[in-house]
Design a protein around this ligand. Structure first.
Ligand SMILES: [Zn+2]
Ligand SMILES: [Zn+2]
Length: 157
């Protein structure tokens, strides 16, 4: 189930193959979007990708091209959609190790952590009449910045 790590080189090969197989054009924009996506750690939003491309590529890349390319990358199994509470639809690399998402309910920051204990536990879980092949764990709480702020406001009362 664990996919080999996706880096710049291997992801270019995967996208090359996909575009050729589907008789799609291998435009520089698609590879520029791929590079931005592959360099990401953890989850990312459409807007983050759009903003980053606007700073790295003169004139940026149109929303529809980004949108089409994101869907190509999902179909090519390079990235996947993640739906997180209070965050909505985000994306992450398919190759990311099995992990938990820590979501700050105050500022919305999402941290992706690999937790070996949870993973070991989940690997021992068996459910009746169900063959599990993946899991997604989301932990809600306050990030360190927001808990510091919360403590300050409390002490000012
Ligand atoms: Zn995830
Ligand atoms: Zn926070």
């Amino acid at each position: 189930m664990t996919t080999a790590e996706v880096n710049k080189e291997t992801s270019h090969d995967v996208l090359d193959r996909y575009l050729v197989e589907h008789s799609m054009r291998r435009t520089p924009e698609r590879y520029a979007i791929l590079d931005v996506v592959v360099a990401r750690r953890g989850v990312f939003s459409f807007d983050q990708i759009e903003r980053e491309l606007a700073t790295t590529i003169t004139g940026g890349i149109s929303r529809s091209t980004i949108y089409d390319t994101i869907n190509i990358l999902i179909d090519a199994s390079i990235i996947q959609k993640v739906n997180l509470p209070i965050k909505g639809t985000l994306y992450e690399l398919c190759s990311n190790e099995r992990h938990c998402h820590l979501i700050c309910t105050a500022c919305g920051k999402v941290k992706t952590v690999v937790d070996k204990h949870t993973d070991a536990f989940m690997n021992t879980k068996r459910y009746p009449a169900f063959n599990a092949n993946s899991y997604h764990i989301t932990v809600m709480g306050l990030c360190s910045t927001c808990s510091r702020k919360a403590r300050k406001t409390k002490s000012n009362d």
